[in-house]
Design a protein around this ligand. Sequence first.
Ligand code: B12
Length: 216
Amino acid sequence: MSEAIYQKAIDAIMEADQKLALEAVRQHLDSGVDPMELMNKGFIVGISKVGDLFGSGKMFLPELMLAAEVMQAASQALNQAMPAGRESGYAHIHITAATVKGDIHDIGKGIGIALFRANGFTVHDLGRDVEAEVMIDDAVKNNSQIIATSALLTTTLSEQKKLEETLKKAGLKGKIKTMVAGAPVTPRWANRIGADIYAENAHEGVQGVIRAIKEG
Ligand code: B12
């Protein structure tokens, strides 16, 4: 049963069929299985296939945009279904989150934030295409312990490096920890720029925050 729903989600993204996508969401939620399972085994598989087709010139931008709209609708529906702010004792942990300057990809960030909130953290979502200075101002204003950034383009990865440099200049490096995420981001990149936490996916993001807070 689950396999059929995962396949439905993959097809829905590849065919840009929103009705089918929301049907898969409803069936999955009715089955009582963790919403993230459908995201990981269905929708993310579908959008990755679409990304590969686009990357190899077999799909064009208008079709990519239609698939992305369906992906956005499906992920919003699943994010809303995540158990809201369970009493975890983590509400005092504030996270400022954003997609970096020049980058409008925000689906992965949305999933990361939904899981942060489901685990009880307080998140300040600055949206997408956000300057490093704006993130730092927000983190200072809200006493965020972490700034989490998402970058999906090889050309915008450098903005994560800029954040490290700007934090250093402001004397805040180490006081505010950084988390880097996004498809082209690797542990090697995180290490090279001196980011504190690397998150391959939303689940690792949650684990990374908990580890960083424990380490102090
Ligand atoms: C959907 C999509 C779009 C949508 C974005 C819609 C939106 N609102 O986000 C639209 C159509 C707008 C778009 C536009 C463009 N795109 Co685009 N896009 C994609 C695509 C197909 C999927 C991205 C996605 O949402 N994946 C699903 C999510 C869930 O995965 P994710 O973001 O990686 O997130 C996971 C982890 O990385 C991590 N994570 C990510 N962020 C965060 C944050 C936190 C806090 C945490 C904890 C975790 C976390 O957890 C997530 C869940 O596991 C990718 C292909 C790909 N394989 O990545 C191309 C891709 C990224 N795009 C690409 C390109 C080229 C573009 C455009 C330049 C196209 C153009 N000619 O205009 C523009 C760029 C516009 C801009 N300035 O940003 C290229 C980038 C190539 C490169 N080397 O840089 C890719 C790789 C496609 C390709 N194969 O060529 N795109």
